[in-house]
Ligand binder design. Structure first.
Ligand code: AMP
Length: 604
């Protein structure tokens, strides 16, 4: 506690965290608490989930509250209902000995009227998801005019989930004089933009490197044929009897299928995906938190904002579509300074994706061989033996002891152990008596490396010799995707099937490479083309892509900062949105033209 006192915390708040067993501050707490308590600084904090960031902002903000003012003074925004509730609970625990502090949580998927009634009673700290808070603001059911501190927790996740406009709206409703504290595990451009626009002279605090995973997480990969992924997963689980893990999959169909197979194989598990009702989701989470489920199979979206302590593993059954999501997945383990393992099951063609992830997390993946039958059985038996050794004899055993001893008297110690093990593990020993070796041969692994580097060589040749770079004035904000670009290029260029290289979609424009050798006046072919009503302006740009940057990301995502909107294009965009009566549904309007991906291109 001494250390917490040195940071400036006092009295009742200290008593609250003492009850939670906090003895020394975590690194992020050590850096953040004095700043929030002391100076009137805005803060950008780069911290993974599980580093103790809730207490880092929660403790000093609770201490700074003026209880005599019955109004919202602290606003915490979080991406998901689960995280919102978790933060609310944490803040209530920290302020256990300050009964006058009122903390409320508002989030979607719950009855709004009940939340309004709670707000009417008066609240000092409001924890909210952005969508629900916007609703409440629009209904004039919440007053955030006197908020002094705004916390944006997991800012990157909030933006990933499409809350950008909601955040802008909410922040515009809070007073200019507020302090803003932005917490994020990664620092993509969009988060930097929010920090630039809404924070003043922000101090930066980092407990790790940008976008880098926690130090306590080790990263391992297994390389197998695609058809062997499930069996590999099964063996990894069987080989770690004390596993408590989240398995990440890409789709809800995958989640359902894997759960079905694992349950059939006797593993306690369930799925968490977008098709579950809130009630079902809560029920699954309750069983998982109570450790009645050994593994939870989840999609990225469903697992957002989930804070579960003590996970031993995170398993990437498929690598994430978007390589940056890996940081979020692996950050679910190795929390609060504990060790964790993040496992990736890949097939040979995914090695380059793994390398891109290594570049982001600045750590190497260790190659692991898929365990064979003997290894799995040894792990299970030794775990069982350890559990038996650790068991405390129960006193009530005494009354049956004599009878049991007499029953087993005929057996030697060795025979007794053999029988016990056979009884307990008969099925497992039989299953693993002779199983296939799932590991790729050295040659197969080298073959994949060879293929990759040949592909790399081909890419380099293309970059060096053939591509011209162009820029167009539509970007991510206009709903523009690589598929749209390819459709427009193919539909309007004089030669079909042009070779298109890298594509980088920025907020308001897009850059791409295309091989136009032998075509004259390529840009003029696009003179009368429009995308969703916006005149399509194509210009050749001199500078080439940085190959490194475009390699590191996925198509269709936001790449880098992008140019600022020109005044004319901004005006056009805002007028168009106003005409369509919504900031979001701006692609609803139907126009004649070439259709691709549900959007409209049009030759004037
Ligand atoms: P958070 O990153 O806020 O979700 O915290 C992760 C976990 O660490 C939670 O279970 C906290 O209760 C725990 N925790 C936070 N700070 C401390 C601390 N100083 N000492 C021990 N545990 C902590």
């Amino acid at each position: 506690m001494e250390k917490f006192t040195e940071l400036g915390l006092k009295g009742e708040i200290l008593k609250g965290i003492q009850d939670l067993g906090f003895e020394v501050p975590s690194p992020v707490q050590e850096k953040v608490i004095p700043v929030i308590l002391g100076e009137e600084n805005d803060l950008v904090v780069l911290a993974q989930t599980g580093t103790g960031k809730t207490a880092a902002f929660g403790l000093p903000l609770l201490q700074k509250l003026d209880i005599s003012r019955n109004e919202i003074q602290v606003l915490v925004l979080s991406p998901t209902r689960e995280l919102c509730v978790q933060i609310g609970k944490d803040l209530q625990n920290y302020s256990k000995y300050c009964p006058d502090i009122k903390v409320a949580c508002v989030y979607g998927g719950a009855e709004i009227r009940k939340q309004i009634r709670e707000l009417e009673k008066g609240v000092h700290v409001l924890v909210a998801t952005p969508g629900r808070l916007c609703d409440l603001i629009k209904r004039c059911a919440v007053d955030i005019d006197n908020v002094q501190s705004v916390v944006l927790d997991e800012a990157d996740e909030m933006l990933n989930m499409g809350f950008k406009e909601d955040l802008n709206f909410i922040l515009d409703e809070t007073p200019e004089t507020r302090n803003t504290y932005l917490f994020s595990a990664t620092m993509p451009r969009e988060v930097e933009r929010i920090a630039r626009n809404y924070l003043h002279d922000a101090k930066e605090i980092s407990t790790g490197k940008k976008n880098q995973g926690a130090d306590t997480v080790s990263h391992e990969y297994y390389m197998v044929k695609a058809k062997d992924c499930y069996e590999t997963l099964h063996r990894i689980i069987d080989c770690a009897p004390d596993m408590y893990a989240i398995i990440f999959v890409r789709t809800k169909v995958d989640a359902r299928e894997i759960v079905k197979k694992l349950q059939k194989d006797g593993i306690d598990c369930d799925a968490l995906h977008g098709d579950l009702s809130q009630g079902q989701r809560d029920e699954v989470m309750e069983r998982f938190r109570a450790k009645r489920l050994k593994v939870l199979v989840a999609t990225d979206v469903a697992a957002r904002g989930l804070d579960v302590d003590n996970l031993t593993h995170v398993i990437n059954y498929n690598l994430p579509e978007d390589v940056e999501s890996y940081t979020h997945r692996s950050g679910r383990t190795g929390r609060a300074g504990r060790e964790g393992i993040s496992v990736a099951i890949i097939h040979s063609k995914e090695k380059s994706k793994l390398r891109r992830i290594e570049n982001i997390i600045k750590k190497k993946f260790q190659y692991r061989e898929v365990p064979g039958g003997e290894e799995v059985c040894r792990a299970q038996l030794l775990f069982y033996a350890d559990k038996i050794m650790a068991a405390e004899p129960k006193e009530t055993m005494d009354r049956y002891q004599q009878e049991l001893f007499e029953k087993f008297e005929v057996l030697s110690k060795e025979e007794l152990i053999q029988k016990l093990v056979s009884f307990e593990f008969g099925k497992l020993l039989k299953k693993y008596a002779s199983v296939e070796d799932l590991n790729l041969s050295e040659a197969e692994r080298h073959e994949s490396r060879g293929r990759e580097s040949r592909r790399g060589d081909r890419r380099n040749e293309e970059v060096n010799n053939e591509f011209t770079t162009f820029s167009v004035n539509v970007g991510r904000e206009d709903g523009f995707t690589p598929r749209d670009l390819m459709s427009i290029v193919n539909a309007n260029s004089p030669r079909k099937g042009l070779q298109i290289g890298s594509i980088r979609i920025f907020e308001n424009n897009t850059k791409f490479e295309v091989d136009i050798r032998g075509i004259n006046g390529f840009t003029s072919c696009f003179r009368n083309v429009s995308f969703n009503g916006l005149p399509f302006t194509l210009t050749e740009v001199k500078e080439r892509f940085s190959r490194e940057r475009s390699n590191g990301r996925e198509w269709g995502r936001e790449f880098g900062g992008g140019r600022k909107k020109s005044a004319a294009s901004s005006k056009w965009r805002s007028e168009k949105r106003r005409n369509e009566g919504s900031t979001r549904g701006r692609f609803g309007e139907k126009k004649r033209g070439i259709e691709s991906g549900g959007k409209r291109f049009r030759k004037k």
